[in-house]
Design a protein around this ligand. Structure first.
Ligand SMILES: Nc1ncnc2c1ncn2[C@@H]1O[C@H](COP(=O)(O)OP(=O)(O)O)[C@@H](O)[C@H]1O
Ligand SMILES: C[C@H](O)[C@H](O)[C@@H](O)C(=O)COP(=O)(O)O
Ligand SMILES: [Mg+2]
Length: 472
């Protein structure tokens, strides 16, 4: 009987359960369930609805049974950096506070008083994002020290869901590296760094790598679902799973395009040189101890917020259509400015930026959308130039993966501003990489090379070539 592996991919805007099977050398996907993910205010904090998300995961597993799917295994991946702390009775001490919460404002600068930015980068190789786990924990140490003292378990979001499924507590490697608390060379928790920060080392668990079979379902869940299955660790950082499925690796820069845009390359060793620090690139962990040399760009979060500001009156494809029609409008914002991380109103923030910089101010939904897409493409171009400068080589193509690869205008803009061929797809790259890791763990696929060849033969990739003149 064909084995099915279930990928649970929860990004910042939506979650999905997708079943994967291997049929005649190809990977077939079957979407089982999709649900919304969003940030909500809980008390003083912006939080994720961790309990609801786990219920959604269970709903998706029940739907497997309704669809006659008997999964061999399940693997969970989500966004990075965020976590829960459990007490000695394994009860959550904290909400799943979001990286967009302002509790980390100013924390990075305070940490630099304890350890220099340069040393922190040399040891961890991780980009400086004010919401990194290190700064979230430092904020707790400063403002809720009693809570931190009670913490016996640090679990990142996928770790926590894995614990609820199996009772096993572990920290998965690719996501642990996003905390900026893992040493880039030892690949272990950096205990010296934790001592410098005054954060208790004991609450961190053993770091386990992708393809680890963590366990099986708890007895309670087996009786609830009516079947058992293995719980396997994919690259539980969603971008880590997405990168596994990039069909074109050779001389290719990937853009994992979802709520965030993660632009980078896969590399065999960490690059912690000053230029990488200055350009704020990261060396997050990948499968088989590869490194994901990449940088965060604000991403399609901006158009998600624009869509929300218009009370969802326009679909994403309608906003692209309106942007195409706004041909005469040109204004570029610095998408990575912290002002766009969680503004009250994204449209107003973009308007204010254009006024402050003496640029035309967008006045229609099409002009606002075009400003977002032009600005993202401009930021991608800057990152591509920086990557080629650091690697001292040209890259032939850019592979856009994730939901954002459906934005045909943006794909063409990327080709035009970078003057490179753009491959677009697969859309569900993260889930595909998650499933590939499970089949690797089950020995259904031999190695990553075979997995990538199979992925390349299984999914359509659209191609875009630089036009003679930019799309205006
Ligand atoms: N039909 C479409 N046309 C253009 N863009 C789209 C379309 N469908 C989805 N998108 C883009 O994909 C994004 C979601 O990508 P996804 O990878 O699912 O995000 P995440 O994993 O962060 O939740 C949306 O914010 C939107 O900008
Ligand atoms: C906050 C992190 O940088 C973020 O999680 C990023 O690493 C990421 O993976 C985002 O994935 P999305 O699918 O939510 O864009
Ligand atoms: Mg995603």
């Amino acid at each position: 009987m064909t084995k099915s592996c279930i990928a649970v991919d929860i990004g910042a805007s939506s979650g999905r359960l997708i079943a994967g099977t291997l049929e005649e050398g190809k990977l077939k996907l079957n979407e089982i369930y999709r649900f919304e993910n969003k940030i909500v205010k809980k008390g003083e904090n912006f939080c994720w609805e961790a309990d609801r998300l786990f219920e959604e995961i269970k709903t998706g597993i029940h739907k497997c049974r309704e669809m006659g799917i008997q999964p061999e295994s399940i693997g969970i991946d989500t966004w990075a950096v965020d976590f829960l702390l459990l007490d000695e009775e394994d009860k959550p001490l904290t909400e799943a506070v979001s990286y967009r919460d302002p509790r980390t404002d100013g924390m990075m600068e305070e940490v630099f008083d304890l350890i220099s930015k340069e040393r922190l980068y040399l040891e961890t190789g991780i980009q400086f994002q004010k919401f990194n786990t290190i700064y979230q924990l430092y904020s707790l140490k400063k403002n809720q020290p009693e809570l931190l003292k009670k913490a016996k378990s640090f679990l990142m979001i996928p770790d926590y869901f894995n614990y609820l499924l199996t009772g096993q507590k572990a920290n998965e490697y690719t996501n642990a590296t996003s905390t900026q608390l893992v040493n880039a060379f030892t690949k272990k928790w950096d205990k010296e760094l934790l001592d410098i920060l005054g954060i208790n080392k004991e609450m961190f668990h053993e770091i386990k790598t992708p393809k680890t079979v963590l366990g099986t379902l708890s007895e309670e869940l087996v009786s609830e679902f009516g079947f058992d299955m293995k719980v396997i660790l994919p690259a539980t950082h969603d971008t880590g799973s997405a990168v596994i499925s990039v069909p074109e690796q050779d001389k290719t820069i990937y853009i994992s395009s979802g709520t965030w845009s993660l632009i980078g390359v896969e590399n065999r060793f960490p690059i912690c040189i000053t230029k990488a620090l200055d350009y704020n690139f990261t060396n997050e962990g990948g499968i088989d101890y590869q490194y994901r040399f990449l940088k965060n760009i604000m991403g399609l979060w901006m158009i998600q917020e624009v869509k929300r500001n218009y009370n969802d009156a326009y679909s994403f494809s309608k906003l692209v259509e309106l942007a195409r029609e706004a041909t005469g409008f040109n204004a570029i914002v610095n998408v990575n400015d912290d002002r766009f991380l969680k503004p009250e109103n994204m449209i107003r923030e973009i308007e204010n930026y254009c006024v402050e910089t003496g640029q035309p101010v967008p006045a229609t939904p099409g002009e606002v959308a075009k400003c977002v897409f032009d600005s993202l493409a401009s930021s991608y171009k800057e990152a591509v130039d920086q990557i080629e400068e650091i690697f001292e080589q040209n890259f032939d193509r850019i592979n856009v993966i994730g939901g954002g690869c459906q934005n045909e205008m943006l794909n063409q803009l990327i080709a035009n501003v970078t003057n490179k061929e753009v491959f677009a797809g697969p859309v569900e790259a993260t889930a595909i990489g998650n499933i590939a890791a499970q089949f690797l763990a089950l020995r259904e696929i031999e190695d990553i090379r075979e997995a990538r060849n199979m992925i390349k033969n299984s999914f359509e990739v659209k191609r875009y070539f630089p036009e003679q003149q930019l799309v205006k």
